[in-house]
Design a protein around this ligand. Structure first.
Ligand code: DQA
Length: 146
């Protein structure tokens, strides 16, 4: 089984992207952290990062039948990513939205996420550690198979 780790625009340059806001962990560090969390369950991590919304939509379509759940940081697509939102609406397994920064402590335009109403839950403001929490939440939401 695999978990879909989906990161949107500008998250491929984590580590050197405004580190005072997003921290110094790279996307590779985050992939490794999530892999470590879910390894006990025997789950793998399928990591997809794209700067274009359509590519994220395609990845959701491609992997919806073959993943047990997803961790989604939509980046700025949180604000108006309607096709990402609709793709996630068709994604049946549980998924958790993650934001590294506390979006409510920031500009007004980051205060609402168009995908959040569809998420099982949202982890905000805890940096890269938030991805570990999201991974734990997914394991909690997906009962272990006998
Ligand atoms: C972000 C928050 C978004 O508002 C921003 O556009 C990002 C990163 C976060 O992880 O804190 O790209 O999703």
């Amino acid at each position: 089984s695999a978990v879909l780790l989906l990161n949107g625009p500008n998250l491929g340059i984590l580590g050197r992207r405004e580190p005072e806001i997003y921290g110094t962990d790279t996307l590779a560090d985050i992939e490794a952290a999530v892999a470590e969390e879910v390894s006990g369950r025997g789950w793998k991590v399928l990591s997809v990062q794209h700067d274009c919304e359509g590519e994220l939509v395609g990845a959701i379509h491609a992997h919806s039948g073959s993943t047990v759940g997803a961790i989604v940081n939509p980046g700025a697509l949180m604000i108006a990513g309607w096709s990402l939102r609709d793709a996630l609406a068709s994604y049946a397994p549980p998924w958790v939205e993650v934001h590294l920064s506390n979006v409510w402590a920031r500009e007004q335009f980051r205060h609402e996420s168009v995908i959040a109403p569809l998420a099982s839950g949202v982890v905000v403001g805890l940096g890269a550690f938030g991805y570990r929490l999201a991974a734990q939440a997914l394991m909690h939401l997906c009962p272990a198979q006998p």
